[in-house]
Write a new protein. Sequence first.
Length: 340
Amino acid sequence: MNMCVARRVTMNNRQLPLDTRGLPLVTGEADVLVHDQSFYFYFNNWGGCSGVDCCNSTGGCASCCFKLSDPCVYTNNHSVVVYRTTDLEKWEYLGEALPLTARRPGIEFRPHVVFNKVTNLFVMWYEDRWDSQSGYGVATSTTPEGPFTTISDTVHMTTKDKIGDFDIFVDHDGTAYHIRTGFAIEKLNATYTGVTGVTYTFKTPKPAEGPVMFKRNDLYYILPGTGCCACRGGSSIYVFVSSNPMGPYSYQGDVGSNPDQPFDKHSPYNYVTKAQASAVFPVGHSGGVTWLWMGNQWITSQFPGAPRNHDLLYFTPLTFIANGSISQLQWYDNITIDII
């Protein structure tokens, strides 16, 4: 008889984990793939230049890389790196999942990786903003660590909404969905490499971006947040819930804004997590499953030169309430969780 052993792990939101080489994680916009009892973390490597704090600018914190020049964000040298961990404590660096040579030269953003059980391929979608680009890049690999090879540099979406930050969600029946800023959900084809034309659109209370999508107890969740272009202080967390992946979705409120402070566009303390969402993923333990929210704490690197690709992450468990919504998030210096 197999016995599951729980391991108690403490995660520090004020320090970056070190990998098995003794080096801090290379961080950036992130995705998490849970596969074969391992967590694969994919980070967009934005490079080693320091980030720009634009909170004191006329436009305020969220205007970063739009109003001020951030030397890392709009460049053509991004690559996607990947780590594997079984316990969120020991991190193994596996190299570049999407090297520069594997994609068309452009400004790469937001990698997302899913596994297709029919084709037995790992599929990565990403933004690659080369001149006149009007779609998304798609790459595949036979292994989760890659290297991935681009099979299409322009997958056109059906609706005319903005081609921006997005997530890929695979349901329990194997159907995959693409959810993007705008907001539009589109059902993907059987190989996860193209679209079907089946869509659903909805609006957020304020302009938002960076949605994450997941399913818990037969309810589908989409969590976008207000705009934060690599900005200090993070963003809100809007909660949308539905009993169907293609909607309709009901708005349940904002669980990320700081309830103790009036909004000030120049303040880095408007949002509890001080982070912008990248992923929500399940962690199994003896009591069931905990859903961890992970975001990027931009402009927080603690290393010499404050390199952009060593900004802190933020991990926090989501607490679900009776109506299926999510409780107001709080700041934690550390979280402790049991992992099987």
